[in-house]
Design a protein around this ligand. Structure first.
Ligand code: AMP
Length: 215
């Protein structure tokens, strides 16, 4: 299964990608996670990427294209992959198409999570992640049993630097200007499959599995 999850920040791409990863035993490739790891490790790429990320802007295409190109060649991608947060621009989508064709592979589907933009700010400002195991929570919609503490491993919950309101508004604008055109791009290639991202998490997952024709 070779999939792209498309949708604005806060649409639930990461949550759905993790569920699909378990279901199909294929890796989730999140360029955001890879960049955040580079920032945390203070690599040269991370130091440069952080400025764009903190401003709610996109990291330059060549950087993320290079990341995905390398990642797709790793052995665990042979059975498939779920791209989460990539591509985000038309040049990235073109580069992905070229890379996959060099590898003799093709996408199965691009799943677009359709959400109402008004709810995204609330979803994103309340988002928290465990610094230990990476599990996600929401202060209102999916709160931990003890505030600030992960139910799964007891780790401290943290807020992403770019999940603050001013940065969120910028990220949503960037999405509308640079990423939303990919909906038509993939519709034109007959790869687009739309699901209702406003539904409950498990329902969204059911819709995705349904349209992939998996029982
Ligand atoms: P995400 O976790 O997918 O929301 O990504 C967090 C941030 O990482 C974004 O706001 C961008 O600054 C950067 N980023 C992640 N993926 C990409 C991408 N495909 N192209 C450019 N920047 C990206």
């Amino acid at each position: 299964m070779k999939l792209i999850l498309l949708g604005p920040p806060g649409a639930g791409k990461g949550t759905q990608a993790k569920m699909l990863m378990e279901r199909f035993a294929i890796p989730q490739i999140s360029t955001g996670d890879i960049l955040r790891a580079a920032v945390a490790n203070r690599t040269e790429m991370g130091i440069r990427a952080k400025e764009y990320m903190d401003a709610g802007a996109l990291v330059p295409d060549q950087v993320v294209i290079g990341i995905v190109r390398d990642r797709l060649q790793e052995a665990d991608c042979e059975r498939g992959f779920i791209l989460d947060g990539f591509p985000r621009t038309v040049p990235q989508a073109d580069a992905l198409r070229r890379e996959l064709s060099l590898l003799g592979r093709e996408l199965d589907a691009v799943v677009s999570l359709e959400v109402d933009v008004d709810v995204l700010v609330e979803r994103l400002t309340g988002r928290r992640t465990c610094g230990g195991c990476g599990r996600g929570f929401h202060v209102r919609f999916d709160p931990p049993r003890v505030s600030g503490v992960c139910d799964a491993c007891g780790g401290a919950l943290v807020q992403r630097d770019d999940d603050r309101e001013e940065t969120i508004r910028q990220r949503l604008q960037v999405y509308a200007a640079q990423t939303a055109p990919l909906v038509d791009y993939y519709r034109g290639q007959k790869l687009l499959r739309e699901v209702d991202g406003m539904a409950a998490m498990n329902e969204v997952q059911g819709q995705i599995l349904g349209l992939l024709a998996v029982k």
